[in-house]
Design a binder for this molecule. Structure first.
Ligand SMILES: Cc1ncc(COP(=O)(O)O)c(C=O)c1O
Length: 386
């Protein structure tokens, strides 16, 4: 049986939407981009949606719009895809990492509170200014694997200390926290649409915000810094080409029109996995907090008992035709981060522990129950051999 790590969930209408665009002369900044953005306002109730050509670009624009610059300190998580931290590094800001909740893998709000009060304790070993540093500016939590971070206590810390909150919801489109949409929980929220995501545009991202001024600024920055009233060769700001193209936007708008169906299919696959994997001794299944009123399943990450060598298991599963991926390798231990900030093994024990025991197994909304059965049987056999 052929099993893939992930697979987009595209139907004929999604494909037709792209064909419709390429039969017109407008391939960038047209009607489909506007439709795609509107779908996010309709879904989340956000006032503005700004589409871009990746989640990383979206995070970067939020960092610029929040006025975060060189030497500024931002509390964030080392248990994430590197882009959440990279967006800070692009502007010379310094990530203040705090460890995570062992059950969900999301940033630990108690540590966020402590870091906001005692930031000196959390400064990296290297890369900070000898002459002191600007104050803490923001918090950048990540909704890990499609489950929102515990945002109420995080927002309470932000209010107390006057910090901006940028919610990295790149993995959590459609998830809800106490009934509220992921992405709406801070000042800015960002979604991403790489082909392994819940919906895809090939490459793409969307920022949502209620802040009028920030939205106008981000629209200008994504379009080479052209502010309203600028001509094609006039640029008010230092900007980027972060525009999404019309083919991607059309695919995305079509995918958004069936988001609920797409998420429900992923929920079904997660439920099939849960029923089978919960019974295997030595395998832990994902933990969902009661505050998560809807999980938007992005990846399905299991954790092995400490007695099982995850890397060995990954090789054995791969050899049997089951593609798997360790999730996440901690950000503070990535080579460029070690060089810049001097991170070491032992700095964030919970992140490192989950980083050593977690394994993403094949997952998508188009998996069949038979495929899930097949994957689980092989996992069971290999775990029994360990
Ligand atoms: C948590 C997180 N942040 C940011 C990104 C970046 O998104 P993109 O790959 O679209 O740049 C991703 C996705 O890959 C992600 O998982």
């Amino acid at each position: 049986m052929k099993i893939t790590m992930s697979s987009p969930d595209l139907n004929d209408a999604d494909r037709q939407a792209v064909i419709n665009v390429i039969n017109t002369p407008i391939l960038s900044m047209g009607k489909y981009t506007a439709d795609f953005e509107k779908a996010f306002c309709d879904l989340t109730g956000a006032k503005h949606a700004v589409s871009v050509n990746s989640g990383t670009a979206g995070l970067h624009l939020c960092v610029r719009a929040a006025g975060i610059g060189a030497g500024d300190l931002v509390i964030t998580t080392p248990f994430s895809f590197v882009a959440s931290t990279n967006a800070l590094l692009f502007e010379g800001a310094i990530p203040i990492f705090v460890d995570i909740d062992p059950k969900t893998g999301n940033i630990n709000p108690e540590l966020v509170a402590d870091a906001a009060k005692n930031v000196e304790k959390y400064l990296p070993r290297k890369g900070v200014r000898a002459d002191g540093h600007p104050p803490l500016r923001a918090i950048l939590p990540v909704d890990v694997f499609g489950q929102p971070a515990d945002m109420d206590p995080i927002n309470a810390v932000a209010r107390e200390h006057g910090l901006t909150v940028i919610e990295d919801s790149c993995e959590a489109l459609g998830a809800t926290y106490k009934g509220k949409h992921a992405g709406t929980l801070g000042e800015f929220g960002v979604f991403a649409f790489y082909p392994n995501k819940q919906i895809t545009t090939g490459e793409g991202g969307v920022i949502i915000t209620d802040d009028d001024e920030a939205a106008h600024f981000m629209r200008a920055l994504r379009n080479q810094g052209r502010a309203p009233g600028d001509t094609w060769l006039q640029h008010t700001h230092l900007g980027y080409n972060y525009r999404i193209d019309e083919m991607s936007a059309a695919m995305g708008a079509s995918q958004m029109s069936r988001l609920d169906e797409i998420l429900s299919k992923r929920e079904q696959v997660a439920a099939w996995y849960e029923a089978r994997l919960a019974e295997i001794a030595g395998v832990e299944i994902p933990f969902i907090e009661p505050y998560t009123t809807r999980t938007s399943w992005f990846v399905y990450v299991i954790r092995f008992d400490k007695k099982i060598n995850r890397d060995e298991m990954a090789k054995r599963l791969d050899a049997r035709g089951i593609p798997v991926r360790p999730y996440f390798l901690p950000i503070h231990l990535q080579p460029y981060m070690v060089e810049k900030f001097g991170g070491r093994e032992g700095d964030f024990p919970v992140t490192e522990d989950l980083g050593k025991r977690g394994l993403a197994i094949p997952f998508s909304g188009v998996m069949t129950e038979e495929q899930v059965d097949y994957v689980c049987n092989i996992i069971r056999e290999e775990v029994m051999k360990s």
